[in-house]
Design a protein around this ligand. Sequence first.
Ligand code: HEC
Ligand code: HEC
Length: 437
Amino acid sequence: MDWHQRPVVKQIRDAVEKRHIEIILVAPFVMLTAVTILADLPPQPTTEGHPAPVSLVAKAPASETEQLPPPQPAPAPAGAEARSEIKASEPSATAAPATPSGPPDLVALRALYTQDPAFWPPATIDPEVDYVELGVPKLPRRQDVSDPLAQLGKTLFEDPLLSKSGHFSCQSCHHRQLGWGDGLPRSFGHGRQEGRRNAPSLFTAAAQDSLFWDGRATTLEEQALGPLLAPDEMANDDLESVVARVAASANYPSQMKEIFGSPEVNISRIASAIAAFQRTLDRPTRFDRFLRGAKDILSDEAIWGLHLFRTKARCANCHMGPNLTDGKFHNLGLSYYNRKLEDLGRYSVTGDPADVGKFKTPSLRHLARTGPYMHNGVFPSLRGLVNLYAIGGGRSARELDKDDPLFPHASTKSPQLKRLSLTNAEREAIVAFLKEI
Ligand code: HEC
Ligand code: HEC
């Protein structure tokens, strides 16, 4: 939707045109709302061939939007669509009188949640789901960080010598100050080629059962070889050339000798050092500190968000345990099947049609620092993302693909996704919690 048509902006224009005296009264509210909306506008296209996802709205066949059950917005949207369409209808929701699902007794809720998680209210979990309660994960110790192998790994991680062009290090796309991601929807690598996926944060890389959005690697050692060879990342022709460059450098052979007892450089030593470094990255979050007894660190709103996350909003069906992930793969309706941004996810690893459009449940630790979100980075804001969950996930594959054998799978979303009836205040509370985890 064109932002000029957004109701609030229109309201300002009408008011100015008619010179209504009310503008004096409504202006502060209207401007505040307008700022909120503008802040949530989808990103502009960056490169030709990679339009901002919102352009898909215009291309959607009319039939898809006609099926809408009012007053909810489109059942279909993939990422940005959910964001723009719901946002547009939100200002009126703000003005609406309190609904039966208004804020609960926040004092009572705080009393419940400052107890040990064993005494928290039961989470709303589907019967087929094996739930693990939220908690504090095992965090790296100081001696892990100062370990010589991890220190060597840090140097290698930051060294562009590892890329064919000499321009890219692991850090180019996984930077500490960008939450160990790169702050972009999708990464740029060798030759400034845009990849098709978002660079995940590495805070919890060490704790994952499988790595990459599609889970195609299972250990950090194995994983590191992926970017070294990926043509749109570090673009090396083979691993031998990487080893040869590292071996020819002034410092690495002597560091290898100190750690391994011989100066030999080989790919498994390189990979194990980089992996050791990545095992040192996680840090305590404010939610960890809350769980460890800093009872006042979370606001009432964030505690309400925690409660909603575990109950009405159903997030804990997939984002569970200390790392806020079940380690499984789910279809949220974001595969863009048969569209420009198509990514079939787990299917490309297993070849099993049931895996079309499934992606790994990411850890949500340090979330406030790790945007944009999702495998294709289509969500710049957490608020837009919560709106997507509220309508039960993204758009199903297009009707016209019906005869395609993969179509039924692409359009079958995870059974744990359901339409949620969340008020504006509840959505804000969830976001407040997400910023603390
Ligand atoms: C050009 C940008 C780029 C470079 C350079 C790069 N990465 Fe990545 N990294 C990505 C992207 C994009 C993904 C997600 C790819 C996917 O899921 O298919 C990723 C995924 C990962 C993951 C998986 C995390 C998870 O939770 O699944 C790890 C670990 C990782 N990279 C470490 C490294 C290391 C180590 C290096 C250097 C050897 C490196 N990356 C270099 C962009 C990059
Ligand atoms: C059916 C399982 C499931 C449920 C329920 C679920 N999620 Fe997710 N979540 C996922 C998967 C899978 C992804 C990755 C999807 C993708 O990239 O295509 C994800 C991605 C995310 C991300 C993006 C993280 C990142 O680093 O990019 C956030 C934030 C998130 N979920 C929050 C929530 C919240 C809040 C709720 C509840 C309102 C929720 N999730 C409910 C499975 C789930």
